[in-house]
Write a protein that binds this ligand. Structure first.
Ligand code: ADP
Length: 162
């Protein structure tokens, strides 16, 4: 049984993330999406909100589960008896950071491998921050976000701007 961990901030989950989750779920027996609790970035959504949105969008994928974690990714991977970390690569700009992270993790935990899935070209430009920016100014986010997630982003900005 091969378990893979897909870690990230998911603030919020985008269609680009979903694409990586779905493709991973077709490769691995079990995929755990790990939502990072102690992100240095100050997130728009709480960890609980981010987990809930991910659970909603992945409910049609039976071998995917969502958990939050804090501390070292490697510890989270080991706790779940996984040997694979999945990361998505959009552009060359992602590469340097991702390579550094993967190599560091490999020094700490040589038994764990990082697997990169290249983005679906449809989502190559897409990040949580750009999707949030469009939503913040009232733009149409249907090409970037699941409708339920888009609504939560709109409500969040309405509350913030009140
Ligand atoms: P982090 O803060 O750890 O980078 P993100 O939530 O921004 O977390 O992203 C999680 C992972 O998903 C990263 O590997 C990132 O490169 C990847 N990713 C983000 N957006 C996309 C996308 N549009 N297509 C493919 N992969 C993506």
């Amino acid at each position: 049984m091969q378990t893979a961990i897909y870690p990230g901030s998911f603030d919020p989950v985008t269609l680009g993330h979903y694409d990586i989750i779905k493709r991973s779920s077709e490769i691995f027996d079990r995929v755990i999406v790990g939502v990072l609790r102690n992100s240095a970035k100050s997130p728009l959504f709480s960890v609980e909100e981010r987990v809930k949105m991910l659970e909603d969008v992945t409910k049609g994928l039976p071998n995917v589960e969502v958990q939050s974690f804090h501390g070292l990714l490697i510890d989270f991977v080991r706790q779940n008896q996984a040997r694979v970390i999945v990361r998505g690569l959009r552009a060359i700009t992602d590469f340097e950071y991702e390579l550094q992270l993967a190599q560091m993790n490999r020094v700490i935990a040589p038994e764990i491998d990082t697997v990169f899935l290249t983005t679906n070209l449809k989502y190559a430009y897409l990040s949580s921050s750009t999707a949030k920016e469009v939503a913040m100014y009232g733009g149409d986010t249907s090409a970037f976000l699941d409708p339920g997630v888009a609504e939560k982003v709109r409500n969040k900005y309405m509350a913030v701007n009140k």
